[in-house]
Design a binder for this molecule. Structure first.
Ligand code: CAA
Length: 292
């Protein structure tokens, strides 16, 4: 779906409890286009797009509304062939400080939690086919850390602080933290992080394999967007199959993953992009991939 509102929406009032206009961390460019003036702000800069979580008063705590808006925005970008890589980010102070404790947890019961069926939203985020980069500055805690781990790549400002502090609320991570963090960093480190609820610095997150790159605080978002542009130049069908295969490495047996990889590899020989890539190599020119 194409969206046409101009990128001046930082100035528009945001909808929802106590929400102020977004802190203007995203540069409005000539080519940038934005929409959804509420809990998420979308800026299109083809061939990439940036989604910024926008609940600054509560450090981008994830309530029902922001998750619904996020799923909608991601779905629209995923359907747009001109968008080849998406950056998901927050503010300088917080990527997201977790589930909205005050809105979601006071008075919650097992039945009300069951009826919310959060799984559907997290599954929808997980199923996005366009490569998705989490660009984390400040806090990525609880559901915020889990949201980052749902993305294909995590990059961080040197200010980033990751953590799963649910234990301090008398609960445990509920959106994949015990599973994804453990697969990323191993049982012994995951237990130490989850049982203490401590914060993990950007540098430590990189050292333990949670974060791909740590960028300077002054340039983190530009650096994340540059990474997105690099990925956006790659053949999109190959990129999609690569991320699906890598997900299977987490989620299946080695044999099943190898089988998926083998079939995907063969399938890619039917694409125009494969012809383009090989021809460009042979003729010593830069390839131009069309996603066909
Ligand atoms: N939910 C609701 N509101 C939150 C919030 C959250 N997760 N995190 C921060 N806020 C609110 C604060 O209540 C505060 O609002 P008021 O100004 O109205 O009091 C505002 O954001 C700013 O926060 P602080 O004043 O606390 O800022 P700080 O710099 O002193 O501390 C912080 C920052 C360390 C991130 C601290 O806010 C904090 O510990 N937040 C909670 C983190 C957390 O426990 N996350 C896990 C949630 S559970 C979960 O996510 C379950 C799951 O698996 C899905």
């Amino acid at each position: 779906m194409r969206l046409t509102a101009p990128a001046v929406l930082h100035a528009l009032p945001a909808r929802g409890r106590g929400i102020k206009p977004v802190a203007p961390i995203l540069g409005d460019t000539e080519v940038g286009r934005a929409e959804v003036p509420n809990t998420v702000i979308v800026t299109r800069e083809p061939p990439i797009a940036v989604i910024q979580l926008n609940r600054p008063d509560v450090l981008n705590a994830l309530n029902e509304e922001v998750l619904a808006d996020l799923v909608k925005a991601l779905g629209e970008l995923d359907d747009d062939d001109t968008v080849r890589c998406i950056v998901l980010t927050g503010s300088e102070r917080a990527f997201a400080a977790g589930a909205d404790i005050k809105e979601n947890f006071i008075g919650a019961t097992p039945v009300s939690m069951l009826e919310q069926d959060l799984t559907q939203r997290w599954e929808a985020i997980r199923r996005i086919k366009t490569p998705l980069i989490a660009a984390v500055s400040g806090y990525a805690l609880g559901g915020g850390c889990e949201l980052a781990m749902t993305c294909d790549i995590i990059v961080a400002s040197e200010t980033a602080k990751f953590g799963q502090p649910e234990i301090n609320l008398g609960i445990i991570p509920g959106a994949g933290g015990t599973q994804r963090l453990t697969r990323a960093v191993g049982k012994w480190v995951a237990n130490e992080i989850i049982l203490t609820g401590r914060f993990v610095s950007a540098q430590e997150a990189k050292a333990i394999g949670l974060v791909a790159q740590v960028y300077p605080a002054a340039t983190w978002l530009d650096d994340a967007k540059a990474l997105a542009r690099t990925i956006a130049e790659k053949p999109p069908i190959a990129a999609r199959l690569a991320t699906e295969a890598i997900d299977l490495a987490w989620n299946s047996t080695l044999d099943a993953g190898l089988e998926f990889e083998r079939r995907s590899f063969y399938l890619l020989f039917a694409t125009e992009d494969k012809k383009e890539g090989v021809d460009a190599f042979v003729n010593k020119r830069k390839p131009v991939f069309k996603g066909k």
